[in-house]
Write a protein that binds this ligand. Structure first.
Ligand SMILES: C[S@@+](CC[C@H](N)C(=O)[O-])C[C@H]1O[C@@H](n2cnc3c(N)ncnc32)[C@H](O)[C@@H]1O
Length: 200
């Protein structure tokens, strides 16, 4: 389904109510969504988690790539956006969760995550929330797990390097504003830092 004007208006309303939490005035463009999801291997993934699902632009595309036996948990803190998300996407593999990305582990029943898809605005989140989320990612990602993330600046790259041994970056120029797409893997134990960084 297309992101229609009503969804954009709802998203913008949430931005006005909570600018630092929402972190963007419009949902991500379809092209940037596809470019970012191309950075992860969904055919092999059995547990996928989305953080900051918004109106569901990534959620919808993840479902189209999801293995039939996979489980998909989408987290969104904003109750209005969750309502939009639930209207937009329905799939038996998907569980939409109106809770913070800080609490992922408690919904997993011990499963490890193969792919985390993040739309979170790391640079504008309160620091304690941000560090809680990185801690949670380190606990729930499997040994071969990856996190793909969209950001509107490179400021969060330092944070990614502190938590992952491998951080790759590409640019999606057609998004408004232009977006940086990250692929992070090999999560480090908390406190370790500084892995390889490759940009293009
Ligand atoms: C930049 S928007 C991205 C929305 C959508 N993924 C997209 O690309 O259009 C960031 C989203 O993260 C959500 N968010 C912020 N903090 C969160 C948290 N701690 N847990 C879950 N979602 C959060 C916001 O409410 C918002 O919907």
């Amino acid at each position: 389904m297309k992101v229609d004007i009503q969804e954009k208006v709802r998203f913008f309303r949430s931005f006005l109510a909570n600018p630092r939490q929402v972190g963007a005035i419009l949902p991500t463009s379809r092209r940037a969504v596809r470019d970012m999801l191309d950075m992860a291997d969904f055919a092999r993934a059995r547990t996928v988690v989305e953080l900051g699902a918004g109106t569901g632009v990534y959620t919808e595309e993840v479902i189209s790539r999801l293995h039939p036996d996979a489980r998909f948990l989408a987290f969104e803190v904003d109750a209005d956006l969750v309502a939009t998300l639930n209207e937009r996407v329905r799939d038996p593999r998907l569980q939409v969760i109106n809770d913070s990305a800080e609490n992922v582990e408690s919904y997993l029943n011990g499963d490890k995550v193969d792919i985390i898809v993040s739309g979170l605005p790391f640079t504008s989140l309160p620091q304690p929330v941000k560090w809680n989320i990185f801690g949670e990612m380190g606990r729930v990602l499997g040994p071969d797990g990856v996190m793909v993330a969209i950001q509107y600046s490179t400021m969060a790259q330092r944070d990614f390097e502190r938590h992952f041994a491998s951080v790759r970056r590409r640019v999606s120029p057609v998004n408004v504003p232009p977006a940086f797409l990250f692929r992070c893997s090999a999560a480090l134990p908390q406190g370790e830092s500084q892995g390889e960084v490759q940009g293009r």
